[in-house]
Design a protein around this ligand. Structure first.
Ligand code: MG
Ligand code: MG
Length: 261
């Protein structure tokens, strides 16, 4: 598959899709408190997305050997890194951290964005994990300028996260976004010596590229497990982790974040 560059008109539609995603995140952020269930947060996001005439992008997503994803958001608590399935039984408590990821289709285009939050009070060490992950996202966005390559973006994210004493999830990458939620190129959060073994190719950034950057930062070891629900990914050592994501567009000058309110 090749990289599709988007026209300004297409990017304008993607910004609308992104704004709807941002509003869904705003509504969830306002509702976030100890005692709320992840199913309630899911309902809030779904309502915002559908009220804007958009369609949840995660709902019904397929992957090999797993049931279709059953919700609008992924809600990943504490040692869950990504892809947690919302449930009325998953009630947030004071001191939890939660990663919320959601996306929508609007007029044929996708917006995709994630945030991690503290629920009530957390220790300074836990807050630092969240701050470093959010900052890593902006490090990746700042590196998304011409004439850089995808590798430059990946290396910038990796160096920053590792310089802060954390590890990063190696298996999951950012990705091109457009008419589909996963397009070329893959935008990893690190860059191995033999990237082609991972199926990653380094490409030069070009104006009109649109992709999601999504660093995943882990307080402990970066060994991951998938739970038997076929979706939820957790850290093997039970350590806390965080995830932030924006969809951006590359321009001749500064990158534009498309998933803002
Ligand atoms: Mg996402
Ligand atoms: Mg994504």
């Amino acid at each position: 598959m090749s990289i599709t560059l988007k026209t300004p008109d297409e990017i304008a539609i993607m910004r609308e899709a992104g704004r709807i995603v941002a509003r869904a995140h705003q509504a969830m952020r306002e509702a976030l408190r100890p005692g709320i269930s992840t199913a309630e947060l899911d309902k809030i996001a779904e309502t915002v997305i559908r009220d804007h005439g958009a369609t949840p992008a995660f709902l019904g997503q397929q992957k090999p050997d797993s049931p279709p994803f059953p919700a609008t958001i992924t809600a990943s608590i504490n040692d869950e890194l990504v892809h947690g399935i919302p449930s009325p039984k998953r009630i947030l408590k004071e001191g939890d951290i939660i990663g919320l990821d959601t996306g929508c289709f609007y007029k044929g285009y996708v917006g995709d964005s994630a945030y991690s939050y503290a629920v009530g009070e957390v220790s300074p060490a836990v807050q630092r994990l969240l701050n470093v992950c959010e900052r890593a996202l902006y490090v990746g966005i700042e590196a998304s300028v011409l004439p850089n390559t995808v590798r430059d973006v990946s290396v910038a994210i990796q160096r920053y996260i590792e310089s802060q004493g954390y590890s990063l999830a190696r298996e999951y990458t950012g990705h091109g976004v457009g008419r589909a939620m996963w397009e070329e190129p893959q935008v990893p959060n690190w860059w191995p010596r033999r990237a082609n073994r991972q199926g990653w190719t380094n490409v030069a950034l070009k104006a009109g590229m649109t992709y999601a950057i999504e660093p995943m930062v882990i307080a402990g070891r970066n060994k991951l497990l998938e739970l038997s629900d076929g979706w939820t990914v957790v850290t093997e050592d039970g350590s806390l982790c965080a995830h932030f994501e924006h969809t951006i567009a590359i321009t001749e000058t500064l990158p534009q974040i498309l998933t803002l309110p």
